[in-house]
Design a protein around this ligand. Structure first.
Ligand code: FES
Ligand SMILES: [Fe+2]
Length: 405
């Protein structure tokens, strides 16, 4: 619960953020407290993460009935699963007996590894058993208190509201939230000729303990100002001057920019001229550039003709986050004889860029503790930053308006 002093501090930060939106020539970066203050992060959890749509994965991470993938987001253990009827659902992983997680303790799943499979969900603590729709099926040894026939009437693993957008699974902890799709009209247009829902996750990577604020992750991904310097020699395929920013309107859920390939049929993670089959059905324009997309607040997707690299952000605190990176490929690429070798080479290339970004983000986050942190002016190549700011400021203001004056 936010106390009055805390609310007053939040108001000051949000008031200062008013100069962080608008035309790029006028906008400044957000006040540093928005990146480093734990109080402010607690406010963001309430204002954003408890009520906005959060992407947890792709439907093809649970391709078959009975597949279930344990995940944790905002400290909530959840299960992304496909039930007997083939419907993708998201359930809480918290057993409704005494709260042990369905996966955890004696039943382990290493993050980043393929999903588990079973006809039932069984709690490892006292063996309460649930169906894939979440309904309680069995509860041994309960005859003398509350027999299972009684428990079955109302006990189930809580289902979390979900929406699937082009194969991407989003959840919302707020049952009153407005639907997601109407906020993603621009991305819907992009995906109309890019069959993301058919892609297959082939490489999933998890990184924890990343010492930077979740908003910095979006800013860094969406601004190509740094790429010619930080990624010198590694980003030549998509030079920053070939960037085009997309418009952002009030209520939009996505911020996007595209950067063209220097040569025809380029690839951001090019490897010695060896190529995987591309996604089919793309427009000529889609084949000529990479689209960088932030689906606020927790997705950064790099959409290029060969594959989609999707980073799902899970913030832990003001200064620490983790991510799950899901690389999605077309089936033809996965079936390609040299897929493992070429995709690994591409990932090694991608990893260099990731590490270069990590070094700068850690340094930046640490430096934001400084009393000399500027409200910096922005370059044209940073045009997406005021757009990202606008998205967060809209949410901050909405939440503040609901708090006591
Ligand atoms: S806590 Fe799950 S069966 Fe007891
Ligand atoms: Fe970068």
């Amino acid at each position: 619960m936010l106390n009055p002093d805390c609310i007053s501090f939040i108001r000051q930060v949000v008031d200062k953020a008013a100069t962080s939106i608008g035309p790029v020539a006028d906008a400044e970066i957000l006040p540093r407290e928005a990146y480093v203050s734990q109080q402010f992060f607690e406010f963001e959890k309430h204002a954003i993460f408890a009520r906005e749509w959060l992407c947890i994965g792709h439907v093809n991470e649970v391709p078959n009935p009975g597949d279930y993938l344990p995940l944790t987001i905002l400290e909530e253990p959840i299960l992304l699963l496909r039930d007997d009827a083939g419907t993708v659902r998201v359930l809480s992983s918290i057993c409704q007996h005494r709260g042990h997680p369905i996966v955890g303790g004696l039943v382990e799943h290493a993050p980043g590894t393929p999903c588990l499979h079973g006809a039932r969900l069984v709690c490892p603590y006292h063996n309460w058993t649930y169906g894939l729709d979440g309904r309680l099926i069995g509860a041994p040894g309960m005859e003398d208190t509350t027999p299972v026939s009684e428990l079955r009437k109302h006990i189930r693993l809580p289902e979390i509201r979900s929406e699937i957008f082009h194969g991407l699974v989003f959840i919302n902890f707020d049952s009153d939230a407005k639907p997601l799709a109407p906020r993603l009209v621009k991305l819907d247009r992009e995906f109309a000729t890019y069959p993301v829902e058919q892609l297959i996750p082939a490489h999933v990577f998890v990184a924890k303990d990343l010492h930077w604020n979740w908003k910095l992750h979006h800013e860094n991904a969406l601004e190509p100002y740094h790429t010619d310097y930080v990624h010198k020699g590694y980003h030549n395929a998509v030079p920053s001057q070939l960037t085009r920013f997309c418009d952002y309107e009030d209520g939009d859920g996505q911020v996007m920019r595209s950067t063209g390939f220097l040569i025809e049929d380029g690839d951001l993670f090019e490897t010695k001229g060896r190529r995987l089959p591309e996604v089919e059905g793309l427009t000529q324009e889609q084949r000529s550039r990479v689209m960088f997309v932030s689906i606020m607040p927790n997705v950064v997707a790099v959409v290029q003709p060969s594959f989609v690299a999707m980073t799902l952000i899970n913030p832990n605190s003001a200064g620490v986050m983790e991510w799950r990176r899901v690389n999605l490929y077309p089936k033809a690429a996965i079936e390609f004889p040299d897929f493992e070798t070429i995709s690994r080479e591409m990932y090694d290339r991608q990893r260099v860029i990731i590490m270069q970004d990590q070094v700068t983000q850690i340094a930046l986050q640490s430096a934001y503790q400084s009393r000399y942190t500027p409200r910096g002016k922005l370059a044209k190549l940073e045009s997406a930053i005021p757009q990202l700011n606008q998205w967060v400021v809209e949410k901050y203001r909405r939440a503040l308006a609901e708090l006591p004056a």
